[in-house]
Structure formats: C-alpha cells, structure tokens
Design a protein around this ligand. Structure first.
Ligand code: FAD
Length: 522
C-alpha cells in the first residue's frame, strides 16, 4: 500500500530518513517495521516562526517496496529527412519547441542570432570588463537565450498553461539535478545551465535537427498573407511552411520589422523599476530570525514583496539570493540590469528587481505617437537615461536605498556584485514620477513588512526594464498570427510567457499548433 501524506520536521533534526519513517508511522497509526520506505515528493522550508520547519510531502510504502528511482526518459525520432519547422530563437521557447518537433517526428531548423554558450562567455566578459555590448551576443542573445546566464529559477505561476512537471523532467533528462522535481522553489543556477543547454543542442543535432548560430533573421517573405520564406542577415533565404517566432522580448528589431511590414502587433502593459541589492546576511537575519550567519542547513534566504501604490502594483521580481546583478543590455547606449545566481547561491549579496506596473494605455500617453511601439520606446528612453547617468558605459547609476527614498544624492555607495561598477546618481529624480514615486512609497512599506529591509546598507541600481515584453504579437485560437498563415508568435517575445518554464511550455504548444495546421492545410 502507498499513502501520500504531509510531514513537518524541525530543521535541526538529524537522520531525516529515520525521522520521516517514525513520523509517518505515527500519522498512519502503524508500526515503523511495516514501513518499507518513505519517498520525498516535495520539500519546502517554513521560516515564518523562529523554530524553522521543513515541510515534506511524502509517499509512504507500507508492506511493499518502493520502485527503483528512474529518470523519466524522452523518446526522440530520427528527423533528418522529416518535414521541417523553422524556429527563430534558441531560448527556452525555441529549445523546447525543437525538442517537441523531434518527439513528434518533425525536423526543427533553428536560426539563432547569437553564439554557442562557450563562445558567448567571451562576449559577456567584454560587457563586464570593456563595456562593449555585441548586439547579437550578450546576456539575452545566444544559445539558451536569456535563460542561460540567468538564475535558473524554475517557479512559474503559469500552472494552468501546461504541464510544468513535463518541463522539469526534460531538464532532468538533459542533466539538471532531480532535486528540481522535489523543491517547492526549484532553481538550477547559472553555472549549471550552460551544460544543460549544450546537452539539449546535442540531442537535437543527433536526431537530425539543425541549429544555425550567428544567423539573425532580418526579413519575412510573405505572399498572399502566407509566410513563404525567412531571410537571414547574409541574404540567405530559407523557404518555409511554418515558423515558430521565439525571439524573446529584447529582439526589438523583430518588433520594428513586423511594424514596418504592417503585420499586427499590440502595445502591452509591462513593469519597470530598479534592482535593489542588500548584503545577503541582512535578508537572512530578517527571514530566518537570526543574528549574524544563517544556519548552514538553510539556503540563502529569498523574499517576495508586493504592495499596491496608487492603483499600480509595486513588487519584487526575479529575486536572486546569493546572486549577482548583471548588465543585460542588448545594444550600446543603454544600461539594463537583471540578476542571476549560481546553484549554491553562495555570493554575499541578495538582489531583486523592484518594479512598478505600467498601464500602457494610461501611464505613458506622452509616447502615444509611437502607436503600438509606445511601451518599447518608453523602455528604451529609460535605458538611455540610465546609460547617460551612469557615465556612458555599462557602469550603472545607483543610490543608497535610504537616499533614493529621501531624495538625496549618495555621497558614497555600498559595495556591489555588479561587475561593470556603479556611479552615484540621483535615480529618484531621473525616473519618471509614475515609477519613482511609487517605488519610494513601496520601499517604505517593504521596510515595515520586513524589518531591516529599508536600510542604508542597500543600493538601488537602475534600470530594471526588461521584466516582460512591452509588445504583444497577436495569435488566433490556433496560435497562428491572425493575418499571416504559417507564423506562430511564441514565448516571452510574443507576450505569451514570463520566465523559463512558461516560455518552454509555450514552445511545445506552438509546435503542436504548427503540426495541426499542416494537417488542416492538406
Ligand atoms: P529568450 O530567452 O529571450 O530567447 C530568444 C532567443 O532569440 C535569443 O537567444 C536571441 O538571441 C534569439 N533571437 C532574437 N532575435 C533573433 C533574430 N532576429 N534572429 C535569430 N535569433 C534571434 N526567468 C526565469 O524563469 N527564472 C530566472 O531565474 C530568470 N532569470 C533571468 C536572469 C537574467 C539575467 C535574464 C536576462 C532573464 C532571466 N529570466 C529568468 C527570464 C528568462 O530568461 C526569459 O523569460 C526566457 O528566457 C524567455 O524565453 P524565450 O525563449 O521566450 O526568449
């Protein structure tokens, strides 16, 4: 007999396997000797009270052995001579679209503007050290997309949008630790992601798929409202019947291209703000009710904050415990910050985006002349502002948190994980009021919710502008663009995902829709 139950165990308890057996026996009113094994299905930490508890969801095997643990296998076909589906972009949406093609017997032909993960590293170094941003190879563009040199947090609010477990199992199949199947807040880490991305590439190539790096798509050939070919930057044209457009929310040239070709796009609400960075020990002491170092059994503490200020949400976004702030610009002349962390989350800083919802219809009417690109142009204008305020390099403008809230230039700044460096600037007055004033109120409230959060030991760094797409590429109930047969807008760039997992799920869904469209067209 197998029973699934919840168990609560004090963090400091040793010999966890034995404790779980004893607790399970008590809860199920049976003797320990009848319990053959206890398998952990889910694990989370409850640190709300001073005595920290670990919550377990377990499967208890009573008088029967547990099956041998196996990694779920995925079966890929040889698609070398199969019907092709073109995929633009090799981020999470593009990668999982390509894998799904192979599972279903279609040949993915991937066009990716950036380089392979290893080569990409050199370009990231150039951003951090030489302040040089390559427009095709940076923290957002290249193999694995924006997801590669990210935090690799795999939590998603999109549980209704697809099979999250299936995505996790594919990550494990391609080299992620099985722990992600158990943790309530699974996380891979930026040091582990490149290898997983490489493994995915190898599987695609081994089964006859194609991946073309340094192949930027610059145009679409459309006849009678049907997509016939895609054109690359070197003028090569590829005939196609179905294109999964998974170029992410930083591929502004794609939005401009669609706009220029009168292919419908829509302005979409999004969020913008700053990244706040604290010493990790401050966040640990607040979240774990400890002074000084956290218990070694505990991970670097995360937080999640939200507050409504004047009808708009102000909230933490992409919080990275034990992480780094990274320069995520995709062109020279802009400063954009984001965050990542290694698998051990052992850096001395905690950073998080703190962003304000922007209602694209109500909040930025001074950008109305840009029509459906108004959100994008607003985003761009703030990134340029940050660039100028930072000293026209990748050095980012920053302020102590308390100075940001009280409206003073900081005489000096706290140390930071942001490699290109910080420059003291009056961020509070640089940001438009719709963002700046809400952030200031938000930070004060967050300081009340988490005592110690509002501190001069934290820096506020600008700007956190790429939270989600400011543009939506519409699609009909068959996930096809309503105007263009054969074009399937996908992932974060289409406005259908917000993170690695939801982008991956959307990639799979778009491939299924493209295949269904072939069958309908027959
Ligand atoms: P992208 O990942 O943006 O991929 C798009 C791909 O298309 C890129 O590789 C790009 O080079 C390529 N491309 C663009 N234009 C063209 C073109 N014209 N021709 C050919 N190729 C093109 N999300 C999480 O869920 N958890 C996290 O911890 C997390 N941390 C992040 C940290 C950082 C630093 C960043 C930048 C993002 C982070 N994100 C995180 C967000 C996450 O990475 C994205 O939501 C996700 O990658 C979106 O997937 P996508 O495939 O839709 O697009």
């Amino acid at each position: 007999m197998v029973k699934e139950i919840q168990l609560r165990v004090k963090l400091k308890e040793e010999k966890i396997a034995d404790i779980l057996k004893i607790k399970a026996a008590q809860q199920l009113s049976t003797a320990v000797k009848h319990i053959e094994s206890v398998k952990i299905l889910r694990k989370s930490i409850d640190a709300r009270k001073p005595t920290i508890i670990t919550n377990y969801k377990v499967a208890v095997y009573i008088n029967e052995p547990a099956p041998e643990p196996t990694i779920k296998a995925f079966h890929y076909k040889d698609v070398a001579n199969a019907k092709p589906i073109h995929i633009i972009g090799f981020g999470p949406a593009g990668m999982f679209a390509a894998l799904r093609c192979i599972e279903l017997g279609y040949k993915p032909i991937v066009l990716e503007r950036g380089k392979k993960v290893q080569e990409r590293r050199r370009d990231l170094k150039a951003i951090n050290q030489d302040h040089f941003v390559d427009e095709d190879s940076n923290y957002c563009f290249g193999e694995g997309g924006a997801g590669t040199y990210s935090d690799g947090k795999l939590y998603t609010r999109s549980l209704k949008r697809g099979n999250v477990r299936r995505i996790f199992e594919q990550f494990v199949f391609h080299g992620a630790t099985e722990q992600i199947l158990i943790d309530a807040h699974p996380h891979i880490g930026t040091n582990k992601l490149p290898k997983i991305v490489e493994n995915i590439r190898e599987v695609i190539l081994k089964h006859g798929g194609e991946i073309h790096f340094e192949s930027r798509v610059v145009d679409f050939v459309i006849k009678n409202n049907s997509l016939k070919a895609i054109r690359l930057q070197n003028n090569i044209e590829m005939d196609t019947q179905a294109v999964i457009l998974a170029t992410g929310h930083s591929a502004r040239d794609i939005y401009y291209l669609l706009h220029k070709k009168d292919i419908a796009i829509e302005a979409k609400s999004f969020a913008m703000g700053v990244r706040v960075e604290h010493p990790q020990h401050i966040i640990d002491s607040i979240q774990y009710h400890c002074e000084g170092k956290r218990d070694e059994l505990l991970p670097a503490a995360p937080y999640s904050l939200v507050h409504q200020v004047k009808d708009r949400g102000v909230y933490s976004f992409c919080m990275c415990p034990g992480g780094f702030i990274v320069p995520a610009a995709t062109a020279m002349g802009e400063v954009v910050v984001n965050g990542m962390s290694p698998s051990k989350r052992n850096n001395e800083f905690a950073n998080s985006g703190i962003v304000v919802e922007i209602d694209v219809e109500k909040d930025i009417s001074n950008f109305n002349q840009f029509g459906d690109l108004k959100g994008l142009e607003f985003q761009k204008s703030l990134e340029k502002l940050a660039f100028n305020a930072g000293g026209k390099t990748q050095t980012a403008p920053a302020q102590r948190l308390t100075d940001f809230v009280t409206g003073k230039l900081s005489t000096d700044l706290n140390s930071t994980s942001y490699q290109p460096g910080l420059k003291s600037a009056t961020l509070h007055s640089l940001l438009p009021k719709i963002i700046g004033s809400r952030l200031r109120t938000g930070f004060k409230v967050f300081g009340e919710k988490m005592k110690g959060f509002y501190t001069e030991e934290a820096n506020v760094v600008g700007v956190e502008s790429r939270t989600s797409s400011p543009v939506k590429i519409p699609r009909n109930e068959n996930l096809e663009h309503p105007q263009i047969e054969g074009l399937f807008p996908c992932g974060e760039g289409g406005g259908y995902a917000g993170g690695i997992v939801s982008a991956a799920m959307d990639g799979e869904r778009c491939v299924e829709a493209a295949i269904a469209s072939f069958q309908e067209r027959k």
